[in-house]
Ligand binder design. Structure first.
Ligand SMILES: Cc1cc2nc3c(=O)[nH]c(=O)nc-3n(C[C@H](O)[C@H](O)[C@H](O)COP(=O)(O)O)c2cc1C
Length: 236
């Protein structure tokens, strides 16, 4: 669908809906007190900090997934690909408490990450073990009543990737057919449109790209990362 001419773009007010913001679809794997592994699709997900690496996930408090996270203080963020749409949808529409074998029934397998020993989904090319570092709810958000979702903040403590997605010193995310979500609709990622510009200086640009994408650089970053910016298009 193409955009209309600016003069014909009338605006109307509609009720607020956070799902108008596109997001990834991930699989969260968690473990209960008996060692049972649950895997559930989540889309209220976002990056909130680079150093330390922190991810936020909005989870309804009645979910087994949420209970497991509060109990264990851990979870794993797995990135499913397009060809796992059925499994994703399955885990996201079946509750562990009603269907304890939902992971196998979805056709998914789990194994343990080498360092943290947390369960990850073996078919997902990227798995990030997280330690619970924050949990925002009614009090923290200053709300009059309970929110639909608790905001769980997880610091990434271990990350594994399938070797086929590695390039020299980076992850080939630009080729990865990850799943997107827009208000109940699943979408493919589409074509790449370009690379972040950062600056017009090609040397600084190369340095910044390397900083953000490298697998081996110190994430605390070079001096410019903590310096107040003079260029409106620098750090993000
Ligand atoms: C694509 C998709 C995205 C979802 N995103 C979320 C989410 O961000 N937060 C949430 O609480 N539930 C989300 N759900 C719903 C849970 O995955 C679902 O309720 C699941 O059955 C929970 O299982 P559990 O009780 O075993 O944890 C999503 C479901 C789907 C299909």
């Amino acid at each position: 669908m193409t955009r209309t001419e600016p003069e014909t773009r009338e605006r109307v007010s509609v009720p607020p809906n956070a799902f108008y913001v596109p997001s990834p679809v991930i699989l969260l794997s968690t473990v209960d007190e008996d060692g049972g592994v649950d895997v559930s699709a989540m889309s209220a997900v976002g990056v909130v900090c680079l150093e330390p690496a922190v991810i936020a996930v909005g989870i309804k408090p009645r979910r087994r997934t949420y209970r497991n996270i509060r109990r264990s203080g851990t979870f794993v963020v797995n990135l499913p690909l397009e060809d796992e749409l059925h499994a994703v949808d399955y885990t996201g529409t079946r509750k562990y408490r009603h269907e304890p074998d939902k992971v196998a029934a979805a056709g998914l397998e789990t194994a343990l990450l080498p360092e943290t020993g947390l369960p990850y989904v073996t078919s997902c090319p990227v798995a990030m073990a997280c330690e619970l570092v924050g949990n925002l709810g009614r009090t923290e958000l200053g709300l009059d009543g309970p929110p639909s979702h608790q905001v769980v903040l997880g610091r990434i403590t271990e990350c594994t990737v399938e070797r086929q997605w590695l390039a020299d010193d980076e992850l080939r995310l630009e080729d990865m057919p990850v799943l997107l979500y827009l208000n109940r609709v699943y979408a493919a990622r589409g074509r790449n449109l370009g690379t972040q510009r950062f600056t017009d200086d090609p040397e600084v640009m190369a340095e910044k790209l390397r900083y953000y994408r490298s697998l081996t650089l110190d994430r605390k970053g070079p001096e410019w990362i903590s310096r107040p910016s003079t260029d409106s298009s620098t750090d993000s």
